[in-house]
Design a protein around this ligand. Structure first.
Ligand code: ZN
Length: 465
């Protein structure tokens, strides 16, 4: 695939032309749902602080935007370093034919500047409170093209969703944090848009473009305990739900000697040594129960948004007369459980009619029929703690309270200490202690060995499919 790049006063415009090896439809090795390449250009808008981008990082940015359909060659109008071309071939199986023999790979800056990948969700909002004051909070936003003729794509949310992002960015600035935003419209390249692509890779976009301008050394990914321990989504053959902390102490490259950093770019782990960056996971010892508490009890007062779906849509407002919160959509299990986590942290009762509204969505009822739910341990914790008069929640509560108490999920797991870069480890630990206790040796022991029991489907939900 050949890409032309044009420098704009406030960013870049990219235009592509295909080659024989490019896939017009999605790579089935990456996702099961077919998707189509529907556009031929995209744009990136950058803030005024942008000073330039190392060609190797620029190649990575273009690669990420095109990854769902890219074949074996990426022809760019600029050369990359020989080491970068070699890493692309080895890690992605992609040839970058234009190599600049005189170009050195990006050097790792000497200062310890961290940048945080900020989405406006609970985990990254909590991170803005725990990371050092010098952290650049980097946010990747959409260029709203929904009003341009023929460009509206129904599965890309706009409207009140962008008002919510504005609100959250203002809030981060009011907390005295340096917020850096990048806008792009790569989503219009695809129909339908592959959500996995956004979740897994595109959040890096802001950081890739701004790394040189901000002199970044560390990229704070916002990964929490569930991401590290792979205790998130259920799968059909699942027979147990262990809480496993082994991964917390493992794979800690944030303090490695520069020469010891892996020079490959494995997107699964996203090793960044070749780009002079280090991946850091200062939040790794905190469960999403703990981050929700930090957002509820700290200066955000619960004001964060768990998902990108539009909220308060007309079909929901007034159905039962409950006012939908501006922070939650009315239809996804994640917003449903975050809402209850915040209520629990604030000691507030969860309204029965709020629960009824969520249950009107067949998808949510389907979810709750499973013996292991997505984020099962979080649900069991919720059912153990929530105050709610809805009969279904009460039924789940009876079962959950017979299980081992999961209150230790509110606390910090100290095995994740090594995932915080040494230069600011002490300050992050001090900040964590302001909001969360540290798990005791006995709790750590339980965490390492405990398997959370399944839940029986309450009769009111009907039989399992
Ligand atoms: Zn949602």
């Amino acid at each position: 695939m050949k890409v032309a790049v044009r420098r704009l006063p406030s960013g870049f415009r990219y235009r592509l032309s295909g080659e024989a090896s490019d896939r017009v439809y999605s790579r089935r090795d990456l996702c099961g749902t077919p998707l189509k390449l529907a556009g031929e250009s995209w744009e990136v808008r950058l803030p005024r602080l942008f000073r330039g981008i190392h060609p190797d990082l620029h190649a990575l940015a273009v690669y990420l935007a095109l990854r769902p359909v890219l074949g074996r060659r990426l022809v760019l109008p600029f050369g990359v370093s020989a080491a970068c071309a070699e890493a692309f071939a080895r890690s992605f199986g992609v040839e970058l034919p234009k190599v600049d023999g005189g170009l050195a790979p990006r050097r790792e800056p000497e200062r310890d500047a961290p940048g945080l990948l900020y989405s406006g969700g609970f985990d990254s909002s909590a991170a803005t409170l725990l990371l050092p004051q010098s952290t650049a909070v980097c946010h990747c936003d959409r260029i709203d093209r929904s009003r341009e003729a023929g460009l509206f794509v129904p599965d890309i949310p706009f409207g009140n969703q962008s008002a919510r992002r504005e609100h959250q960015c203002r809030k981060v600035r009011r907390l005295g944090r340096r917020l850096c935003r990048v806008w792009d419209d790569h989503e219009f390249l695809y129909r339908p848009y592959p959500v996995w692509h956004a979740n897994d890779w595109m959040s890096w976009f802001s950081m890739i473009y701004l790394a040189d301008s901000l002199g970044l050394r560390y990229i704070e990914t916002g990964h929490v305990l569930e991401d590290m321990c792979h205790t998130g989504f259920r799968y059909d053959a699942m027979r147990s739900w262990p809480l496993c902390a082994e991964a917390l102490g493992r794979e800690n490259l944030c303090d490695a000697e520069p020469g010891a950093l892996d020079r490959t770019i494995d997107l699964g782990e996203f090793r960044l040594g070749i780009f002079g960056l280090r991946k850091a996971r200062s939040m790794a010892g905190l469960s999403t129960v703990a981050t929700s508490r930090i957002v509820a009890l700290g200066p955000y007062h619960g004001d964060a948004s768990p998902c990108d779906k539009p909220f308060a849509d007309a079909s929901f407002v007034g159905r039962r007369g409950t006012a939908p919160s501006a922070n939650y959509c009315a239809e996804c299990p994640r917003c449903f459980h975050k809402r209850m986590l915040v209520d629990i942290a604030l000691g507030r009762e969860t309204r029965a009619d709020t629960v009824s509204d969520y249950l009107e969505f067949p998808f949510i009822r389907e979810e709750l029929r499973k013996e292991f739910l997505d984020w099962h341990h979080i649900w069991v914790y919720i059912f153990q703690r929530v105050r709610c008069r809805h009969p279904l929640i009460r039924e789940f509560q009876k079962q959950a309270q017979r299980q081992r108490d999961l209150g230790f999920l509110e606390k910090w797991h100290p095995a994740a200490r090594g995932a915080i870069p040494a230069p600011y480890r002490a300050s992050v630990e001090k900040n964590i202690r302001r909001y969360a206790q540290t798990m005791s040796p006995a709790e750590i022991e339980v965490f390492g060995k405990h398997a959370v029991a399944p839940l029986r489907t309450p009769a009111a939900l009907g039989p399992r499919a």
